[in-house]
Ligand binder design. Structure first.
Ligand code: AGP
Length: 613
């Protein structure tokens, strides 16, 4: 979950690392630190809290030189404090490490090292790594071999970067398991290391993704990739098409707001090259889906976490309705413990923005182990979820920085809609007229989303009316039921308001007891096949004194006659309606949090990529 940056080359590493960390702060933000090679020694600055605290410390106590490494932390072992912030120096002060992951056998290793007289200066598991490296260097190994021995000794999943004042011509790094990526950026006479592309996108557009159990020795002029047991690897170099501007906030106050507005562009790119409007056909070549595979699939598990799982719930309705394949959505953290019934005709499809979520990757591994066809829908280029899948659909959203996922929610809705059409065509469950109509409807999506976004000011007004709420219920039915879950999640994660998403029809079985004048009820009531049912739900909430905020289709006087506030959306084909109904809920959560003055992009206790179980 933490963010890592490294630089080796002729320039001063400090600004490069601080800027890179700024781009990675979404991964963890409880403390940060930097180490650079300066005057033949390693200088370290660390501080608790946001990256700005570190930047302020560096201005008071400047440091400059290269190579350098930096880190922004999401605490696992040891409280968030300057003492536990990375980088961690060894006892000699000549070796330093930054780390993402958990050293599972750290207690055992710490006892062994303590018995040798090593003094620990932090409460972290990470510190064992640097002491082990020093231990091996003391036995006459160079940094690379000492690091290799250490990587073989530690258990768990890791991204690790090390440097030594005795060998300042190199940085050594490794990826072990799924603790988040290690990306190597190639430059001219300089090279870069990061846990994610945005950190180095200003400097390098050619990257290497380390695979699990690979290490790299990075110098100014080259990168040598090896397996942990020393086999040389010829790594693939990937071009990066992301625009560096995409990783900046631009004129927006927060990344979340910018990313909400980017959905028109993201969805246009989602369709580009994949939809043949003339023939009414869908092309998803990266999925490697043949007619033979499509016909033999008899079950699909969609596995994902949080927002991505809610996207999967919409996908279930789409795939079942259009392709007539039974779909079960299982959240990533439960999948491998549920002993899923899988054979070669089962698809396990993961959805993930980061492609690094540990629970989602573990679910994919479980699918692979049991012989399933494993697919993924992923945003982060080159991520593990993309690489371990037999077929993948790449979200075309560009980097998502705000911790609250927005554009990486709507893109997979459209991806799954397209997948359902393709499966339906290949399996013969779709007649040509319906297929053509479904494909034609896709053309409407960017405009519908754009028109909904244009109503932001009206949503902001409602946000002002709701700014002091303490609880909130979100109700939806059918294809828009997961949008109730997603709306509630958005509100709770950035506004810290207690919110529940509920299938509207379940209210009468208990939760209706909660409704009174202090409980706003947000009802998703677009003109879809569940519209009438939602009307009676709104009546029930009103009858109990609840304040109703309805998401309704333009001109729906029935709803506007009953609701206290209406968030209007343009009329949309029902199977695509969740792409539109979620927009006012994203904006509502955003504005409530912004009005409350909260840290929208970096809400407390959260990290963007959850790479621990
Ligand atoms: C979304 O707003 C959340 N912050 C979170 O639920 C997220 O969707 C989840 O952690 C899954 O992440 P992924 O898409 O990167 O796998």
């Amino acid at each position: 979950m933490c963010g890592i940056v490294g630089y080796i080359g002729p320039r001063d590493a400090t600004p490069i690392i601080l800027n890179g960390l700024r781009r990675l702060e979404y991964r963890g933000y409880d403390s940060a630190g930097i180490a650079v090679f300066q005057d033949n020694a390693i200088e370290v600055r660390r501080d608790a809290g946001k990256l700005q605290n570190l930047a302020d410390l560096v201005s008071r106590q400047p440091l400059s030189g290269a190579p350098g490494i930096g880190h922004t932390r999401w605490a696992t072992h040891g409280a968030p404090s300057a003492r536990n912030a990375h980088p961690h120096l060894g006892s000699t002060g000549r070796v330093v490490v930054v780390h993402n992951g958990i050293v599972e056998n750290f207690l055992e290793l710490r006892d062994e090292l303590s018995a040798e007289g090593v003094i620990f200066n932090s409460d972290t598991d990470t510190e064992t790594i640097v002491h082990l490296v020093e231990h091996h260097m003391a036995a006459a190994l160079d940094l690379t071999e000492a690091a290799r021995r250490t990587f073989q000794q530690i258990r768990g999943a890791h991204g690790i970067v090390l440097m030594s004042a005795d060998e300042p011509d190199k940085i050594v790094c490794a990826r072990i398991g799924n603790a988040g990526g290690v990306v190597l950026g190639l430059g001219d006479g300089e090279n870069f290391i990061a846990s994610d592309i945005p950190a180095i996108i200003d400097h390098s557009r050619r990257v290497i993704f380390l695979e699990s159990h690979q290490m790299a020795v990075v110098t100014r002029d080259g990168i040598r990739v090896e397996t942990l047991d020393g086999k040389l690897i010829q790594p693939q170099i990937h071009p990066v098409s992301w625009d560096p501007v995409a990783a900046e906030k631009g004129e927006f106050r927060h990344f979340m707001q910018k990313e909400i507005h980017e959905q028109v562009r993201a969805l246009t790119d989602t369709l580009a090259g994949r939809v043949d409007f003339e023939k009414g056909k869908i092309r998803l070549p990266e999925l490697n889906l043949t007619p033979e595979i499509a016909r033999r699939i008899d079950k699909i598990y969609i596995t994902a976490c949080g927002t991505a799982a809610y996207a999967g719930m919409v996908g279930k309705t789409l795939i079942e309705r259009i392709a007539r394949i039974p779909v079960e959505v299982v959240i990533g953290s439960e999948f491998r413990y549920s002993d899923p019934i899988i054979d070669k005709n089962t698809v396990v499809m993961a959805i993930s923005q980061s492609g690094e979520t540990a629970d989602t990757l573990a679910a994919m591994e479980e699918g692979r182990r049991k012989g399933a066809i494993v697919w993924s829908i992923v945003n982060a280029i080159g991520s593990q979820a993309m690489r371990i899948a037999a077929g993948s659909i790449s979200m075309q959203t560009g980097p998502e920085i705000g911790v609250a996922s927005t554009k990486a929610f709507t893109a997979p809705l459209v991806d799954q809609y397209m997948l359902a059409i393709l499966l339906g065509e290949l399996r013969g469950t779709l007649d040509e007229t319906t297929r053509r109509q479904l494909v034609k409807d896709l053309r409407l999506i960017p405009d519908l989303v754009g028109r909904t976004l244009a109503r932001e000011a009206a949503v902001e007004k409602v946000a002002h009316a709701l700014k002091d709420i303490r609880d909130c219920l979100y109700l939806g039915r059918g294809i828009n039921m997961p949008i109730a879950y997603e709306g509630a999640l958005k509100l709770k994660e950035i506004s810290y308001v207690h919110a529940e998403g509920y299938p509207a029809g379940e209210m009468k079985h208990g939760p209706i007891a909660l409704i009174d004048k202090d409980m706003p009820v947000i009802c998703l009531a677009p003109k879809d096949p569940w519209h009438e049912k939602m009307i009676s739900q709104i009546q029930q909430a009103k009858a109990r004194g609840g304040t109703v905020i309805a998401v309704a289709t333009d001109g729906d006087e029935l709803v506007s006659g009953m609701a206290d506030h209406v968030l209007w959306i343009p009329e949309s084909p029902w199977m695509l309606s969740p792409v539109v109904t979620v927009i006012p809920l994203q904006l509502l959560a955003y504005h409530i949090a912004a009005i409350r003055g909260l840290d929208v992009d970096q809400p407390r206790n959260l990290a963007k990529s959850v790479t621990v179980e």
